[in-house]
Design a binder for this molecule. Structure first.
Ligand SMILES: *Cc1c(COP(=O)(O)O)cnc(C)c1O
Length: 398
């Protein structure tokens, strides 16, 4: 892979070292033209655009392109809504396939929104389900303990704070052996490392496209269902665009064929243009080469920080294979340290209570970026530059 060539495909400002693609990927240069094209379509075609410009068919077409990155066969992935909404759909669909079983098992490392969505769904269903949280290292034992009562194992493969990666095939097989289904959230996996949902046996997978896939703020989420389940799952959110015949305007709901039934309402056409442009880049990328370079960049960062920043402790697994594509360190004043870094143009992020998080994305992160980030971090810690009221003042979005 020519990583200088992929880096040239993104708009990156001079003087900025961007290590936060795990929260919001940078803008692909081609997204401007793609979005301008759709603006022209909108202005000139008006409502005819739904047919003439293929807007209505795009959620499944884009889903298939994401499917290629996560090992999902064509016809099993569709985009739309936000990840939180897709978590709700996957969980509701999975619970409906396991009536009488009570336990939804997740872990304390899961992203809060996934857990909040589970709480809300449990309340709405009113069937006495229980959300049980294991420690990330104790999931296998918790599956055993839940036994016949386990309905769904719902995990995020890569922990948003620490980057710790679950063994998806192993835990999925264990959930299946207990008679349960497995939902995998790939928010920090899709575009970060090779994923094989088919090989791993996932029943459902969900994820977002604005992190490692670089489709922009507010870009739609995706949902995948196992090929032999797509025609029997309940879509849970029975919106008109998941109906078998949306434009027949029938009185009653009938789910559409296959994964199309997981659509809900009108797709985000402008944002889909950016997603399409972002996926064009992914068409050229080998995931194995990406993974090797991601691990090398992360290892380089860990070695540099540990050699020059004694105040920081590694919060991520040391072994590359057990991480996603990010590295986190702990510091009691992590928030202020990160603000000082950002003031110097090194953009990572902070996750409460004490995590400094850095995403390394081979598409546009170079060794020079890694070394620059280490140098700035070491200087900030050595001089105490972070210890000011401005750097301690919390903004609304961290
Ligand atoms: C980023 C992220 C989300 C965000 O959900 P949205 O509905 O897209 O805001 C949810 N779950 C996980 C695991 C995430 O990493």
């Amino acid at each position: 892979m020519d990583w200088d060539a992929t880096r040239a495909l993104f708009e990156l400002s001079e003087g900025v070292i961007y290590l936060d693609g795990n929260s919001l990927g940078p803008m692909p240069k081609a997204a401007r033209a793609a979005m301008a094209r759709v603006q022209d379509e909108w202005s000139q075609q008006l409502i005819r655009g739904w047919n003439r410009c293929g807007w209505m068919a795009q959620p499944a077409a884009l889903g298939d392109r994401i499917g290629r990155l996560i090992g999902a066969p064509p016809g099993t992935t569709v985009i739309g809504d936000t990840l939180s909404v897709k978590v709700h759909q996957a969980l509701a669909a999975a619970l409906a396939l396991r009536p009488g079983r009570r336990v939804i098992l997740s872990d304390t490392g899961n992203f809060p929104s996934d857990l909040y969505m589970a709480e809300g769904l449990i309340e709405a269903l009113g069937q006495g389900h229980e959300l049980r949280l294991a420690e990330p290292e104790g999931v296998a034992e918790a599956i055993e303990a839940a036994g016949d009562d386990l309905a769904v194992l719902m995990l995020t493969e890569v922990d948003y704070r620490t980057g710790r990666r679950h063994d998806m095939p192993k835990l999925t097989a264990q959930a299946h052996a207990a008679g349960a289904l497995a939902i995998w959230d790939l928010a920090h996996s899709a575009g970060a490392l090779p994923v094989d949902v088919a090989g791993g046996g996932a029943d459902f997978a969900v994820g977002c496209t604005y992190k490692y896939l670089n489709a922009g703020p507010g870009a739609p989420a995706f949902i995948h269902a196992r090929p032999d389940l797509v025609d029997e799952v309940s879509p849970a959110l029975s919106g008109w665009l998941g109906h078998a015949a949306p434009f027949a305007f029938e009185q009653g709901y009938r789910p559409g064929a296959g994964i199309e039934r997981m659509r809900v309402g009108t797709p985000p056409v402008l944002q889909m243009a950016a997603l399409g442009a972002a996926l064009d880049i992914w068409d050229t990328v080998g995931m194995d080469a990406l993974r090797a370079r991601s691990i090398a960049l992360c290892d380089r960062f860990i070695a540099g920080v540990e050699a020059s920043c004694p105040a920081l402790t590694l919060a991520s697994p040391r072994e590359g294979a057990r991480r996603g594509s990010q590295v986190s360190f702990r510091h009691p004043e992590g928030y202020a340290v990160m603000q000082a870094l950002i003031a110097r143009g090194v953009i990572g992020d902070f996750r409460a209570p004490d995590i400094l998080r850095f995403g390394f994305t081979p598409l546009y992160t170079s060794e020079g970026d890694v070394d620059g980030a280490v140098r700035h971090l070491a200087e900030i810690l050595r001089t105490g530059e972070w210890d000011t009221p401005e750097h301690r003042a919390r903004a609304a979005v961290t």
